[in-house]
Ligand binder design. Sequence first.
Ligand code: NAP
Length: 248
Amino acid sequence: MSKKIMLITGASRGIGAEIALLAASKDYFVVVNYTHNASAADQVVDTIKKNGGSAVAIQADCSKESEIVRLFQEVDQLGTIDTLIANAGIIGGQNPISETTEKQLKELFDINVIGLILCVREAVKRMSTELGGKGGKMVLMSSVAARTGGIAQEIHYASSKAAVDGFCLGLAKEVGNAGIRVNAVRPGLIGTSIHDVHGGMEVIQKWAAGVPMGRVGLPAEVAQTVVWLCSDESSYIHGAFIDVSGGR
Ligand code: NAP
């Protein structure tokens, strides 16, 4: 394959879907991963193809090691992975700490932290020049919640994203000399279906009053930063965190 292969976890909707559309327009071959919503993933792929790009949808639950391993094996059939966007994530419920359950935390950390780390492991095995690979790029999807503690009743989510930030710092040290460039993006309040649990756009538009720029961000605004971080224009940026949060 002549095009660079970019795998985006959780790309059927929201921020991941926008990254897929933009990356395809920059000539990446895009792998659109999803877990439940095949029709949404197919729609992203169809739009990319209609616009002259190349993409494929691959189902895999990125909270499960066996499915992550299979996902990367399916990507291997297409060619050598160049870029990983570890984007899939959930909020994991809303409740005060006094009502937090082990089951809830395990489900949340399985996708937001353990699944993300296992995706990175599979990518490093293929990209690391120390292991015979050709190098690559990674962007890990964090959140401003990692440094603010998150919104009320979602501190479990904030702690999972803080884990992503710590992992990113250490990973950058471990793989920086192996041809892999890794960074994290911290979105703020972005208009996607992740906020359906909060009452959707109508409710989060009201929260925008607390954002210095006074508005909700677009998934495309996060996508622009992510795709730039994968490009040669950001060639000396490594182990960095970029907030896309309207100043929040
Ligand atoms: P979203 O609209 O809810 O979309 C979530 C995506 O993740 C969907 O494609 C979903 O696939 C996929 N997904 C969920 N669980 C998965 C799993 N176990 N395995 C594989 N894919 C899975 O979310 P979003 O707002 O775009 O968020 C994307 C990332 O940005 C998340 O990590 C989130 O924490 C982070 N973030 C978002 C905001 C925000 O305000 N939106 C702010 C900060 C950080 P299906 O369609 O198949 O369910």
